[in-house]
Ligand binder design. Structure first.
Ligand SMILES: Nc1ncnc2c1ncn2[C@@H]1O[C@H](COP(=O)(O)OP(=O)(O)OP(=O)(O)O)[C@@H](O)[C@H]1O
Ligand code: NI
Length: 284
């Protein structure tokens, strides 16, 4: 029997103000996006810089700029995800690892911020302290408990954000580029932990510009480009010469992975000319 999605998004359109200029002009950042997330699943969202991945996360969390124009339906657990409901669920059932390391409070120690996150998720004071300790241990940043954000490396700061997002055992976790700046060992641990969260019945949405990292843990993958979702497919469809993929873009992303230069069928001249989506660096 098909499982009911915990998160269901249909026909999502988003317009934001153009930055700069005095004229009030909007531009469309998301176009008719359909997306769903099942319990127990890791659903990866991949695509180049500017594809709209982080804006989709912000729309789910209810953290878009005030002037944003949003239309379409957003349901969580069979009920509309209204701004009021988003505010109530945020930090408890709905958790988010933001892409920007600037999200940490520069004036509070890292340990304090993880405890705050646990309190926000509804834990009582002594439980929050205990949960914070185990979250810091899980990501091997216990030594950073008394440090301030400016004293951390990028990878350490990323792991503090992960500890904050997961300390309250959320139902749905959105991790926006959770492994940027981590070494291979740490990345593997973080990805394994996200996989384990899904295996324990939670829903995990992982946003990544790196298809390899997404495929390491994903059940399904949605490919975005320029504000549009091109396709949602099983992670298993990224195999061989990519024939199971629907869009040329997803196939190009797949064939561009270093290992596939050796294992995939030879590219035709036309495929060689596909412009690959790594034009811009990810700002994190
Ligand atoms: N606050 C904002 N105001 C106006 N435009 C914005 C705002 N945030 C993002 N955009 C625009 O929306 C588009 C999508 O941005 P988004 O941050 O979702 O991309 P992304 O896929 O997460 O990219 P990256 O991989 O670089 O993080 C971009 O063209 C960006 O310029
Ligand atoms: Ni982003």
């Amino acid at each position: 029997m098909p499982r009911q999605p915990m998160l269901l998004i249909e026909g999502l359109n988003l317009e934001l103000h153009d930055s700069g200029g005095w004229r009030r002009r909007f531009h469309r950042c998301l176009h008719e996006v359909d997306f769903d997330l099942l319990r127990g699943e890791v659903h990866a969202v991949v695509g180049a810089s500017g594809a709209g991945k982080s804006l989709l996360a912000a729309a789910i969390m209810g953290l878009l700029p005030g002037s944003a124009r949003l239309s379409g339906t957003l349901d969580y657990d069979d009920d509309a995800l209204t701004p009021k409901r988003q505010a109530r669920l945020r930090g408890a059932q709905l958790a988010w690892v933001p892409q920007s390391l600037g999200s940490l409070d520069p004036l509070a120690s890292c340990g304090r911020q993880v405890v705050w996150a646990a309190r926000r998720a509804g834990l009582a004071t002594h439980q929050a302290e205990r949960a914070a300790t185990s979250a810091l241990q899980r990501y091997a940043v216990e030594a950073c408990r008394h440090a301030y954000p400016h004293e951390l490396s990028g990878g350490m700061a990323r792991r503090i954000l992960l500890a904050m997002a997961t300390v309250g055992e959320p139902d749905l976790l959105i991790a926006d580029e959770p492994s940027v700046g981590l070494d291979n060992e740490q990345r593997r641990k973080v990805l394994d932990y996200l996989r384990a969260l899904a295996d324990s019945g939670k829903g995990v949405m992982v946003i990544s510009h790196d298809l390899r990292h997404a495929l390491a843990i994903a059940d399904r993958v949605s490919v975005f480009r320029q504000g549009r979702k091109l396709e949602t497919t099983t992670a298993a469809a990224f195999s061989g010469d990519g024939q199971q993929l629907h869009s040329n873009y997803a196939r190009a992303l797949w064939l561009a992975l270093p290992d596939n230069a050796f294992t995939a069928a030879p590219l035709t001249g036309r495929q060689h000319n596909i412009r690959l989506p790594h034009e811009e660096p990810v700002l994190a």
